[in-house]
Design a protein. Structure first.
Ligand code: BEZ
Ligand code: FE
Length: 281
């Protein structure tokens, strides 16, 4: 027995209570969490008032959650924790396209559209042609890759943030590659927007002197049989928030080209090839 709890033995006192036959990974995760949590309180000499505020903050974070709003994911994103967990779990060969944060605005079951179709249903914003290929590490085209794309509107809101204002599935769609691996669709040139900041996370950003903005980006979820799932964005080069993204999602390899083309109603073109790494066999 570790003895009664003291300030000096706090970590052993708590971890020593774990049963012998519990899930070994759970035991490892919890022991490490307790070690770092207790060290945090010691390092910072946490006051009672500060911890009371912390509990009240986490309580409000939970209370803000609903089927439409996930304030805990937002907290994880704003603390850079989502990007860290993503990096740990998606180490890839250098040539493969990099992952970034998934975000809360993906919606399952978007319409599968014909190659070349537009995802922009409200006709607002500057039209942009997105095209390229889905290829493997050797540059070979991948057939049957599903490219699930979503972006904000010209006003900086996802359709799900404005039900009844934007058409359902506005700026969303799924495209499936044929044997040449090529994809092509029309959308808008996205705009930068603030993450939802009317809750505890927004309050935290305010206290920390941080703004809530994300640089403009198009979201991509690319999946293909036998390949690692790719969750990424292509960011608009030159955006004012590239170096201060509220959720730390920017990687230099994901800053895309948006070239002016002016071809009929199309004003921009954004070419990008997605390179997928195979899953371990
Ligand atoms: C997004 O890009 O949609 C997003 C990512 C993280 C937090 C909020 C929004
Ligand atoms: Fe986004």
């Amino acid at each position: 027995m570790a003895g009664y709890f003291t300030e000096e033995n706090s970590i052993e006192a708590v971890n020593g209570r774990m049963g012998k036959d519990i899930n070994p990974r759970l035991a490892e995760v919890m022991a490490c969490l307790i070690k770092h949590l207790h060290a945090f309180a010691q390092d910072i000499q946490l006051t009672q008032d500060e911890w009371n505020y912390g509990i009240e903050f986490l309580t409000r974070t939970g209370q803000m959650c609903s089927s439409e709003r996930q304030e805990f994911i937002l907290l994880s994103d704003a603390l850079g924790f989502s990007m860290l967990v993503d990096a740990i779990n998606n180490r890839r060969p250098a040539r493969a396209t990099e992952n970034t944060v998934f975000g809360p605005f993906h919606v399952k079951g978007a319409p599968v559209r014909q190659m070349g179709d537009s995802i922009n249903l409200d006709g607002k914003g500057e039209s942009c042609l997105y095209e390229g290929r889905v290829i493997d590490l050797d540059g070979k085209p991948i057939e049957g890759a599903r490219i699930d794309v979503w972006s904000d509107s010209a006003e900086g809101f996802y359709d799900v943030q404005q039900p009844g204002v934007q058409p359902r599935w506005n700026n969303r769609g799924i495209f499936v590659t044929r044997s040449d691996g090529a994809y092509r669709f029309a959308g808008i040139k996205p705009v930068s927007y603030p993450i939802p900041d009317d809750g505890p996370v927004g309050e935290m950003l305010g206290h920390l002197g941080r703004h809530p903005y994300r640089p403009a980006h198009m979201h991509y979820l690319v999946t293909a049989e036998g390949y690692q799932k790719l969750v990424t964005h292509i960011f608009v080069a030159g955006d004012a928030y590239l170096e201060s993204d509220a959720v730390f999602g920017v990687k230099s390899s994901l800053i895309g080209v948006f070239e002016r083309v002016v071809n009929g109603a199309t004003l921009w073109r954004s070419p990008f090839d997605f390179v997928l790494a195979r899953t371990a066999r």
